[in-house]
Write a new protein. Sequence first.
Length: 329
Amino acid sequence: MTLADAPIDCSSPPRGPAGAARTLRVMTYNVRYFGHATRGIASTGPAFRRIARSLAALSPLPDLVCLQEVETQSLRSTTANRLWHPAETQLDRVMTELHAALARAKKPERYTAYYFPAHKYRLTQRTNIYTTGLAVIASDALEIGHHNAGQPHDITHRLRAKKLKQTRICAHISFKHKDGFTFDVFNTHLSLPNIFSKEFWTEQARMGFGPNQLAEAKTLADFVAAEKRCENYVVVGDFNSLPGSPVDCYLRDERGLVDAFSKVQNLTATESRDYPTAGFLNLRMHLDHVYSSPGLEWLDFEDTKRFGEAGAFSGLSDHVPLIARLRVP
């Protein structure tokens, strides 16, 4: 039996002293291939080190870190960044840097990383121009019961130029915490709105208004409903969609997901739009989201900063991380 197929007990765990509930800290972050210093053209060694050190400095440390826009090996990932060994991937490097930073800080926590490949743009059979995928970094306090790293779920809506369309996926991991409770995590990255759609040219707010994006959101939600091992789950990532957009409204109103950030901050969709998580030129947009099943209690988003605001992760990507703490009932 492989790890991806191992069974996990999703029965309700016994409560701790005085019925204490369990807490988790979850982070989602689009790292722009660790190449923000070169505007995404090439990955750089300092980017791995600075992001890893920022992660290690968080207190408390996150239990789960969900990353978007992570490469394996390609011309983009190696042109400006010397590999430490021939088979090294971006995830290998960031994990080496993370554990080194934790050791320097005398923090005993350690992590295991899982990579979910999405797409390759090849120059030759052996040489990639660039690759893309998702990653989940999980605390070793978590016992992994299932993951789909070997075959991530394709959520891509393809209409034109099917062979050129970048594959979009959903990563899924279910786990059991050492304290006894179980949990599911879904990590994703939706497409940008299709420039060939009428909505792209007629809607003032385009992000999350593309019919292709709504189709991917429906495929994503169907996958979550079919594959979740428990009723405690989060769906996180870069949705390329604004609060109050058709994508956001569909996930919340039609599929019953909770927008954790708006709930914790007590914000309307319009107010959430004013809290940017990403930036492009002079644009500031709220594109990253933490959704969840209704039964979870969201506690805070401490260490989360607006894009452009000073913080541990400022200047490291064209996105900032969302860092949330929750209680599992």
